[in-house]
Design a binder for this molecule. Structure first.
Ligand code: GLN
Length: 306
């Protein structure tokens, strides 16, 4: 099997290279536009701890919305499922920063993986954590087993400077009473969690826990119950790609999450976690090469969760 994964990744790399100039890097956060656009990396880690990679799999990039899964996992590990009274679990069918739905649905975001939902989760984390930014980072470092993971303060500042839409969402939530803390404090945590930098290898390491029933594969220590892990994976499956969640299920068939930094991470329960990264995005904000790479992965391996 080991040889198999490596040769599959190598053939995927060759097949996605022709897409290298398709799509465009996110520039609505100016600091993100500084990335080298023509990069591609991919890393797969099995629950047994075997690693396979191609391309720039060790290069750090802005994980952006992928962080919303970490925030959700952390809040669920502390308060359990009561967080779902304040945020739903239905796919939004809208863009990640849409405002309209929030008004119709009276300030209850559709799910925790769109911006508004993640802001509610950040608000709940501020309730629970002593030092929210430090504690969140500690959690991500523990999941990925890498103490060097950090925030990119320039990206966080750039998001804040241009975060008019996110500020609108946060204020809207506050007007419905679904944000309890100061709006600026919630936005500061939100912008920071989006600015975390990780490599494909770090992401695959971190997400392997979701492929392993919520237990750390190396120690079997339990972070999330089986039922909580099921719920997280279900939310990723139905809501992890905004208005392209159906497409990702259709073509890839794994739970996963994308970010506007061009990262995509997905997992096959009981088998592996895999991350792909390439900064050029399609119109829905998902990495062009990353989407194709994961589609090829499940096609070549002949297995998805379906
Ligand atoms: N930080 C980004 C934003 O709030 C995250 C969006 C994303 O990755 N889809 O706009």
């Amino acid at each position: 099997m080991s040889h198999h994964y490596q040769s599959v990744l190598e053939s995927i790399h060759a097949e996605v290279l022709p897409l290298q100039s398709d799509g465009a890097v996110a520039n609505y956060i100016p600091e993100l536009a500084k990335v080298n656009a023509n990069t591609f990396g991919m890393h797969l880690r099995t629950i047994e701890g075997l690693d396979y990679s191609v391309g720039s799999s060790n290069e750090l990039f802005s994980i952006q919305s992928i962080s919303k899964v970490f925030a959700l996992a952390l809040v669920v590990s502390i308060v359990g499922e009561k967080i779902f009274k304040r945020v739903g679990v239905e796919p939004s069918g809208s863009s990640f920063n849409s405002l309209v739905q929030l008004e119709y649905e009276k300030g209850i975001p559709r799910n925790p993986l769109i911006n508004a939902g993640a802001m509610v989760v950040c608000d709940a984390l501020i309730d629970q954590l002593d030092k929210p930014k430090k504690d969140f980072l500690g959690f991500v470092r523990r999941l990925a087993q890498n103490k060097k993971i950090g925030y990119n303060e320039r990206v966080a500042a750039s998001e804040k400077e241009y975060g008019f839409r996110n500020a609108a969402l946060a204020n809207f939530l506050k007007s419905f009473g679904n944000i309890r803390h100061d709006v600026d404090e919630v936005l500061d945590l939100y912008f920071h969690i989006c600015s975390v930098e990780m490599s494909c290898k770090d992401l695959a390491n971190a997400f392997v826990l979701f492929a392993n029933h919520g237990k750390f594969p190396s120690t079997n220590e339990v972070l999330l119950t089986k039922s909580q892990t099921k719920r997280l994976n279900a939310v990723m499956q139905t809501c992890g790609f905004y208005d392209e969640a159906g497409e990702f299920s259709f073509t890839v068939g794994l739970p996963g999450k994308s970010g506007v930094g061009g990262g995509i991470v997905a997992l096959h329960p009981h088998r592996y976690a895999v991350a792909a990264w390439s900064p050029r995005l399609n119109a829905k904000g998902n990495s062009v090469m990353g989407m194709k790479a994961l589609e090829l992965l499940t096609t070549k391996l002949g297995s998805s969760i379906f």
